[in-house]
Each structure stands twice: as structure tokens, then as C-alpha cells.
Design a protein around this ligand. Sequence first.
Ligand SMILES: CC(=O)SCCNC(=O)CCNC(=O)[C@H](O)C(C)(C)COP(=O)(O)OP(=O)(O)OC[C@H]1O[C@@H](n2cnc3c(N)ncnc32)[C@H](O)[C@@H]1OP(=O)(O)O
Ligand SMILES: O=C([O-])CC(=O)C(=O)O
Length: 377
Amino acid sequence: MTEIAKGLEGVLFTESKLTFINGSEGILTHLGIPIQEWAENSTFEELSLALLDAKLPSAAELAAFDAELKANRAVPDALLDVIRAMPRGVHPMQALRTAASYLGLLDPQSEDTSEAARRAISVRMIAQFATIIAAINRAQEGQDIVAPRMDLNHAGNFLYMLTGKEPTPEQSRLFDIALVLHADHGMNASTFTAIATASTLSDMYSCVTSAIGALKGPLHGGANEAVMDMLDEVGTPDKAEAYITDKLDHKVKIMGVGHRVYKYFDPRSRVLRDYAEHVANKEGKSNYYQILETIEKIVVDRMGAKGIYPNVDFYSGTVYSDLGIRKEYFTPIFALARISGWCASVIEYTRDNRLLRPDAVYTGAKDAHYVPMKDRQ
Ligand SMILES: CC(=O)SCCNC(=O)CCNC(=O)[C@H](O)C(C)(C)COP(=O)(O)OP(=O)(O)OC[C@H]1O[C@@H](n2cnc3c(N)ncnc32)[C@H](O)[C@@H]1OP(=O)(O)O
Ligand SMILES: O=C([O-])CC(=O)C(=O)O
């Protein structure tokens, strides 16, 4: 019997120096450094550069990278016109997918697949995703698009462009940590998709556009919005226990829990829970946080033995919603962070490229012959 690795589970197809995950112990490192240390000490800018170069940058390298990101924040007016012309009410992930693809049309370097071009395009896309996602939000809300500011960091500038208001230092820092937590995660479905596209020697914009499509689904990045849908469905904390017990009794999937690799707590979910709790204690526990506490306890009690624990998408939405961000923007924010991991992984993979082309066990008909239409049943 031929063994099929359904879902490519456990299949090793490449080497990488960027991210290590130990799923049974809930360990995640980038360049060997635990995610908790990145969250506590670093910034999205620094982690992005560290991933692109596969090394910790010096102060001078980081300052140069920061200046390069800032210099690339503005997006072409032609793209802003496209964003303004998008139909109202589309999901921002649809809008982001189209905008990323359109950005490629406007970039004279887009078809250059040399490593130097891939890197230059990556830096531009990392910078410009913030401007694009914020512009989509403003245009969809019928508001004026807010131009980037050069005196704010990546996280603070994004919140500023999204809301039109300068965030507090605490809000900026919290959002920066969320970006750090989401920047990379090994061979997840969207990074794998980006690499599969890259493996045909396609261009960076095609890699990223296909990755956006993969991230959008509710089994992957889309789960953070689906968690918020669930919280809205539960309504109030007193209903959480009955709601989740009923779902588990009926074997209905709970969003934001379970993971292909983690069979224990996703370490990112612990960091996000601590921040969600911090905000909850400071500003009074929101319904959302209280519902999640109850769901986590019941899921871990009942499903922990099966390896079902909260993943990164479980608490991220409460953090974003405490920052006043609408749930449709949770997955675009995931893309805002993961763009760094996608780009770094594509650059790393294409250095020693091999076309990705798995196979399927054929179970269809054999030795058949074409039947003329008139003779078919
Ligand atoms: C950023 C990210 O992408 S993190 C993941 C985000 N996605 C979600 O939160 C969506 C909800 N979670 C899931 O759908 C899954 O856990 C996945 C797709 C992420 C991983 O699933 P898989 O690796 O395929 O796990 P698999 O389906 O084999 O699950 C093993 C068992 O746990 C159960 N299970 C897995 N996830 C869940 C869940 N979310 N709720 C309830 N039960 C679950 C399965 O039904 C299965 O039970 P069984 O053995 O009785 O059939
Ligand atoms: O690694 C995965 O399969 C999903 C995930 O947690 C991520 O992409 O952050």
C-alpha cells in the first residue's frame, strides 16, 4: 500500500535557518531566539530584517533598514485610485489580494527575479502593505486616505493611517508586539504557497498574491476573524460554557484552537493572552476576554489530551479590538506581519531552487476510451 502524506503532514521538503518549532513543548524560535524574547525586546522592523538576512542586524544595519522602509511608505497614486474604486463591502482580504497584484503592475522591477531584486521588492512590500491596508480601510469607510508619517515607527504609523489618530506609545508597542508574533512561522500554508509559486521562478508579487489567498481561509489566518464571529455569537460570558460544551458535544470545530504542529499551547497565544489580560485588568474585563477565558478552560480540559490548545488566532482579535480595529481587518493585519516571513522564505528557498511538484495516487478510471456525446447516458 502506498503511504499518502495527507495534508503533507510531517513532509520535509527543504531546509531553513529562519524558524524552529517544537510542537509538543510549545516552543517557537527565530534564528534560535525564543519568540518571547523577540516579543519583549525587539520590533517588527528588526525581526523583518533579521529574517531577510538570517542574522541579527547591527545598530547601523537596522537604522539603514528603518530609513529604507520609511522612504518606501508611500504607494503610487494609481494604486490609491484603484483602492478608492473598489466596490464597497468587499472583504479587505479580497481588496489586499487585488492591491498586491496591482502594485506589481506598477513596479518596473516586478519581473526581475534576481535575489537583489527580490530583496528590494520585499522591503518595498513590507513598507507598503501598511499603507495599502490602512488605505483600504479608509476607502471602504468612505473616509479620506491618510498619508504615512515619517516620525512614527511601522506599527504606530499603521495605526495612525488606519484611524487618522496618533496612537499612544502603549498602543503602538502592543501592536508592534502583535506584528512580531505573527511575522514568521515556518512552512505554514501561506508561506508554503508563496514558496510553491516561487519555485516556478515566478516573480515576488505573484508569490505574495498567492500567499494572501492562502492566508485568507478560516483554517489559517482567517481564523482570527472567525474567533471574533464566535465571540459575537456567544454574546455574553454567562453563555460561553453552554455554547462551547454544545459545540464540542456535536464535534463542531472551534475556531482559534488546534494546530497542525502545536499539540500544546502555541507560545504566541500565551504572550497575546497576557497582553489581553493586562488590558482587561486595566480597563475592565471586556466580554470578549471573559468568554475566551471560559472557552480556553473548557477546550483544554476536554481536548488537551488530544493536543487541542489555543493557537495564535485565539487571543489576537481581542487585542486588536481593544485597539478599536474592526474584525474584518484582523486577517489583513496578519498579512501585514507575515509579509516579512513570506519574502524571507521565498528568498531563502530560491537560492537553491527546485520546482515543487508533489504527486497523487491515481484512483480514477484506467484504459477508458473517448465516448461520442450521442452515445453517452
Ligand atoms: C495561524 C494559523 O493558521 S493557526 C490555525 C488557525 N486555524 C484555526 O484556528 C481553525 C480551527 N482549527 C482547525 O481547523 C485545526 O485544528 C487545524 C486545521 C488548524 C489543524 O488541524 P489538523 O492538523 O488537520 O488536525 P486534525 O484535523 O487531524 O485534528 C485532530 C483531532 O482534533 C480535532 N480538532 C482539531 N481542531 C479542532 C478544533 N478547532 N475544534 C475541535 N476539534 C478539533 C479533530 O476533529 C480531530 O478529532 P478526531 O481525531 O476525533 O477526528
Ligand atoms: O504554522 C501554521 O501552520 C500556522 C500558523 O500558526 C502560522 O502560520 O502562524
